[in-house]
Design a protein around this ligand. Structure first.
Ligand code: HEM
Ligand SMILES: *[C@@H]1O[C@H](CO)[C@@H](O)[C@H](O)[C@H]1NC(C)=O
Length: 511
């Protein structure tokens, strides 16, 4: 009896002093509007209980509520405070000042460790410095050859599906994206597209799926609890495959570079050597070189960076391609315009695309941009607030909280995009029509010092693959009745179509 009174008393004291320590946080939070369906103590945690479609619904709801209330909504995930923000002026400041990623991301670190994407700022700085020159426009351009070659495989795959009814695009585009990423990253061809299922791809996908569940289902973040569940064993197996795969690549490349070096020193210097692809180095070689050669990145650091590039670059681009194709299936008139532009550039020839073709495909570029606006592959970024921050709109964000940068919301805010913000209208990107007041109103690749380093790579990869498909095939979907595309969405870390990406293909020229 006495014991329970003492325990109760201790609990009360602890709570009071916990709340007192965080009084500034509660005070500032109380000034911001919040969802009506939040509950005492747990806040909106119950809104993240369901599957990833429900999680997306909740995040969408918070984003739309933010649009209606000065661009910000606050939500409690149990004791953790988040602000969901859509105001582009505020987001500009957030993305320039809050460089640290939120703690929710720590579960991903079990795959990519301290790789650039989610590394703590102290480590991120150096990694970013090494990465930037590897993504220079010249180098990215040199990869178009890989994209072009790899997208021929897509066309072959589509050819086999032609006339066989409705097909799921996802395996096709993600295998392309992975093949392209692995070849440019590590200089290896893994032929994910020609295999029924690549073990690396399935392991990566399953691993990321579990990571996403863990991010939003807070109880799964408790390590000992997670270890008791069947997902844990599955997760360990996935990670093992992924890490073995990347270690093998690095090991082989190191060996190859050693051999090259020996063969250089053996021969005399006045002869020029034909290293074949030597002009086009893979990211792996570039990173070894740029980080300082043998004194540079360790094998662990290399693995983290290589996996980061593959993870950051594969699904994102595939999602961008898949949504664009679905939209073209829904809007045949827009697809026809894309096709006419392709005919203008390629005529009747079936020559492969070269890098000089891409800048000529202006309409295709607008279509891709508009698709990335309505369906940004990375719809939310979560940053940590380490120091109290007052934003241009006047809102003060307390330290110790987190910010959901709602790219999804910023892209659909009628305050900046007009009353037709939800319409699929590629021509809103025509130079004469496009004039945004804020850089952060359109940011599929984020903004500021920690934005996406791969955005040019992504755009070129997506446009090359789409070109290859659309020159030869017509995508057929359920035509949309109005200008607003209806696609159910979910958030598996990346934004995806909840029901999968289903279309039909029809050959353009007689088979
Ligand atoms: C449509 C495709 C893509 C989209 C929508 C996209 C979007 C993003 C976003 C939103 C971020 C987070 C930035 C932040 O926290 O502010 C990011 C980071 C990053 N992305 Fe991409 N990305 C795409 C493709 C790629 C590709 C193809 C690569 C590499 C080949 C890549 C490499 C990276 C890296 C390394 C980072 C981490 C940057 C840092 O933390 O400094 N991304 N990307
Ligand atoms: C990241 O680096 C820090 C400092 O070097 C280290 O303590 C930590 O274990 C690393 N994290 C991971 C997940 O490898």
């Amino acid at each position: 009896m006495i014991l329970s009174v003492v325990l109760l008393l201790l609990a009360v004291i602890w709570t009071v002093q916990y709340r007192f320590r965080r009084r500034r946080m509660y005070e500032l939070a109380s000034k911001i509007s919040h969802p009506k369906d939040e509950l005492p103590l747990i806040g909106v945690t119950h809104k993240f209980m369901g599957n990833t479609e429900n999680i997306m619904k909740s995040l969408k709801q918070f984003s739309y509520e933010a649009m209606e209330t000065d661009g910000v909504t606050r939500v409690w995930l149990n004791h953790i405070l988040y602000f969901v923000m859509v105001n582009p002026g505020d987001l500009e400041v957030v993305l320039k000042t809050c460089m640290e990623k939120d703690d929710l991301h720590r579960v991903i670190r079990s795959i990519i460790g301290n790789g650039t994407l989610f590394a703590p700022v102290s480590i991120w700085r150096r990694r970013r410095k090494v990465l930037i020159p590897a993504f220079s426009p010249k180098i990215v351009e040199s990869f178009v050859e890989i994209f072009s070659e790899q997208s021929q495989h897509i066309t072959h795959k589509v050819a086999r599906m032609c006339g066989s009814g409705t097909v799921n695009l996802w395996p096709i585009v993600s295998a392309y994206s992975l093949d392209a990423a692995c070849e440019s990253t590590a200089g290896v061809k893994i032929y994910a597209q020609s295999k029924a299922n690549s073990q690396f791809l399935t392991s990566l996908e399953e691993g990321l799926n579990i990571v996403c569940e863990r991010m939003f289902h807070l109880w799964l973040q408790v390590e000992w609890l997670f270890r008791l569940l069947p997902q844990y064993t599955k997760y360990q197996k996935c990670i093992k495959h992924v890490l073995e795969f990347s270690d093998e690549i690095i090991h082989n490349k190191r060996k190859e570079l050693m051999n090259d070096k020996q063969s250089i020193t053996k021969c005399d210097n006045d002869r020029s050597y034909d290293f074949g692809d030597y002009k086009r180095k893979s990211f792996l070689e570039l990173l070894i070189h740029l980080s300082g050669g043998e004194k540079g990145y360790t094998d662990l650091e290399l693995r983290e960076e290589i996996l980061t590039i593959i993870i950051a670059g594969t699904d994102t681009s595939a999602v961008g391609m898949a949504f664009t194709l679905i939209l073209l299936g829904k809007y045949p008139d827009i697809q026809q315009k894309v096709y006419e532009e392709l005919k203008e550039v390629f005529g009747d020839s079936n020559r492969p695309l070269v890098k000089e073709d891409l800048p000529k495909l202006k309409y295709l570029e607008r279509v891709v941009k508009e698709s990335l606006r309505l369906f940004p592959p990375a719809p939310f970024i979560i940053r940590k607030v380490e120091k109290e921050l007052t934003l241009p709109s006047g809102v003060t964000i307390p330290s110790g909280s987190g910010i959901f940068v709602s790219i999804f919301g910023a892209h659909r805010d009628p305050k900046y995009w007009g009353p037709d913000a939800e319409h699929f209208d590629p021509d809103r990107f025509l130079p004469e029509r496009f004039n945004l007041q804020h850089a952060c109103s359109y940011m599929p690749f984020s903004y500021g010092p920690r934005n996406c380093v791969g955005y040019q790579y992504a755009l070129k990869s997506i446009q090359t693959a789409l070109t290859s498909i659309l020159r030869n095939y017509k995508v057929i979907g359920e035509p949309e009745k109005g200008p607003i595309p209806n696609i159910r969405i979910k958030v598996d870390i990346m934004l995806k179509a909840a029901e999968g990406f289903y279309v039909k293909f029809e050959k353009r020229k007689p088979c």
